[in-house]
Design a binder for this molecule. Structure first.
Ligand code: SF4
Ligand code: SF4
Length: 78
């Protein structure tokens, strides 16, 4: 593979990965959420707010890392 082809392939890979990441939308099941705030504490981009005692994820800020889902002991984030 030529250097130019490798660069083009790498760019296409990055664009595809970014597109896939944008489809990973995390949502909160408000019927399960206790409002503990653990998810908000670990979010690296401050996309989580506790509103009326329940977690809310701002889809415009969320980068799809999944940290919030990992710490939720109530399985409220999917
Ligand atoms: S960690 Fe889970 S239960 Fe706690 S506020 Fe976040 S979504 Fe709700
Ligand atoms: S997936 Fe990551 S960026 Fe999105 S709300 Fe959860 S912790 Fe924040």
């Amino acid at each position: 593979m030529t250097r130019k082809a490798a660069v083009v392939t790498a760019i296409l890979f990055i664009l595809a990965a970014a597109a896939i990441a944008q489809t990973l939308v995390y949502r909160v099941d408000r019927s399960v959420c206790t409002g503990c705030g653990d998810c908000a504490a670990v979010c690296p981009v401050d996309a989580v707010e506790i509103i009326d005692g329940k977690s809310h994820i701002d889809p415009e800020k969320c980068i799809g890392c999944g940290f919030c889902q990992g710490v939720c002991t109530y399985d409220a984030i999917r």
